[in-house]
Design a protein around this ligand. Structure first.
Ligand code: SF4
Length: 461
């Protein structure tokens, strides 16, 4: 068993039994569920909207090459610089070059999963660049020295009390501070950083092919400060973020908002179409866009797995997943967690040893039901499982186990003849270890279901 898999198993047991953590997740996801329940009524025909979004993203991914080239052409015409990075190493080399040439001393960042994927903060730390996360949730996890817990709600695992204590320890705030007081403090604290920052770093919610623009959506206004104050802006985006037309945002923005937070539309939606022009008052003098492959071509090259590239990172499948709700975000040990994280991580750079996550699923299908772009996530998990088994000797062992189990279970009558107490004894001896110490012991009923059925039928007639 690989190291990550061992850690996953050990941590999932531990986290699942941590009542306090469960309460925090249940509370936060419960509030999310209520908000989404209200938000979906914004759509008169949600299913139709999801189908349209799914079709547009399918088309975009199928025509990826043309759309990306078109995007690059228009972005260059708008005055941006565009770089292509095959992998993490290349993307970080481009960033390093900018930091050194621009003599960057302070960088501000907007929340983006791709910057987590590339571990940008690690590089900036090595280059001695003071770096601040500007999304409140991400600022909190940065202060705590932790990673993002959830792709949309980075501090989902923290209660109000945890956060107040953290701000007391780090900044001497009253340990009883309210969320409003903490937010006001962070606003002031970061404003000073924004005004001094040399570099702003963002991801992209969408790359718009027909205008060469970057679409960004957020709730705190920190993104607008990140891309308008610093003189240099670096946008890093996965190649799958492309959509064909500006007008497609009319569908995608409300879909992301409703499925991400339950809002009809997120508070701030921005379009960045190049650096500051002569007649403009604010904006970066230099805008650099890095388009990252980072293993995405591996999914693109696989006709069935290609659908996973249409994800718009709304986070809905994480909140719906019974596994995520029990084991939490850190247990996955990957940048992208939950059902979609389990599907895509093994294709991304540096995450090759995460195939086991595809097996950490009950295949309930809830993730596929809630996905706004209709990704059949549970089917992709199954597909990955079969691919992993095809390529490993585990497949042969598993086949043998299932064949034997199948043969035993097909002989129901012989099984029924074995008294319940013998079966219980066998379970105690053989099965208990696998059944787990935290479950009630299995107790076979004295009479089998089929015998009970026959007896009742007989009594009725
Ligand atoms: S797979 Fe679907 S539900 Fe999950 S994050 Fe992506 S778009 Fe949202």
């Amino acid at each position: 068993m690989e190291k990550k898999e061992r850690i996953f198993k050990a941590q999932s047991k531990q986290v699942t039994l941590d009542r306090e953590n469960r309460q925090k997740l249940d509370y936060n996801i419960g509030r999310y569920d209520q908000a989404v329940e209200r938000g979906v009524h914004f759509f008169s025909d949600l299913d139709n909207a999801r189908s349209q979004a799914s079709n547009i993203k399918d088309f975009a991914v199928d025509d990826l090459e043309n759309l990306l080239v078109g995007f690059e052409k228009r972005a260059l015409e708008n005055g941006s610089e565009v770089f292509w990075a095959c992998d993490k190493r290349e993307a970080l080399a481009i960033l390093k070059d900018i930091v050194l040439k621009e003599k960057v001393e302070l960088a501000v960042k907007m929340k983006s999963m791709i910057s987590e994927e590339l571990e940008i903060n690690k590089l900036l730390q090595e280059l001695q660049v003071e770096t601040w996360e500007t999304d409140l949730g991400e600022f909190i996890v940065q202060l705590a020295g932790e990673k993002l817990y959830h792709i949309l709600t980075p501090a989902m695992h923290k209660s109000r009390g945890d956060i107040a204590t953290l701000f007391h320890q780090k900044f001497g705030l009253d340990p009883e501070s309210t969320p409003e007081q903490i937010t006001l403090f962070v606003r002031d604290y970061l404003r000073e950083k924004f005004t001094r920052a040399d570099l702003g770093i963002t991801g992209a919610n969408f790359l718009i092919a027909d205008t060469g623009s970057i679409a960004l959506t957020e709730n705190e206004g920190n993104g607008m400060m990140t891309f308008s104050w610093p003189k240099t802006l670096e946008v890093i985006a996965g190649i799958e973020k492309i959509i064909p037309k500006l007008t497609d945002l009319g569908l995608f923005w409300p879909l992301v908002a409703v499925h991400g937070t339950g809002q009809h539309v997120t508070a701030y939606n921005s379009l960045l179409s190049g650096p500051k022009q002569m007649d403009e008052l604010d904006g970066p003098k230099r805008m650099v866009i890095i388009l990252l492959d980072g293993g995405r071509s591996r999914m693109f090259g696989d006709p069935e797995m290609r659908k996973a590239l249409t994800c718009i990172r709304c986070g809905a499948c994480l909140n719906a997943c019974p596994i995520y709700r029990n084991v939490g975000g850190y247990t996955y040990q990957t940048t992208y967690t939950g059902p979609i994280g389990s599907v895509i991580s093994m294709y991304l750079d540096d995450s090759r040893d995460t195939g086991f996550l595809n097996f950490a699923c009950s295949l309930c299908g809830r993730c596929s039901e809630v996905c706004p772009v209709k990704i059949p996530i549970h089917r992709l998990l199954l597909l990955n499982r079969s691919r992993i088994n095809e390529n490993s000797d585990k497949g042969a062992t598993e086949k043998l186990v299932y064949r034997t189990a199948g043969e035993i279970l097909m002989r129901r009558r012989s099984l029924d003849r074995i008294p319940a107490k013998w079966k219980n004894l066998a379970m105690k001896k053989i099965g208990h270890k696998h059944w787990g110490p935290n479950r009630k012991p299995l107790n076979f009923a004295p009479e089998s279901f089929s015998r009970m059925w026959r007896r009742r039928k007989h009594n009725q007639s």
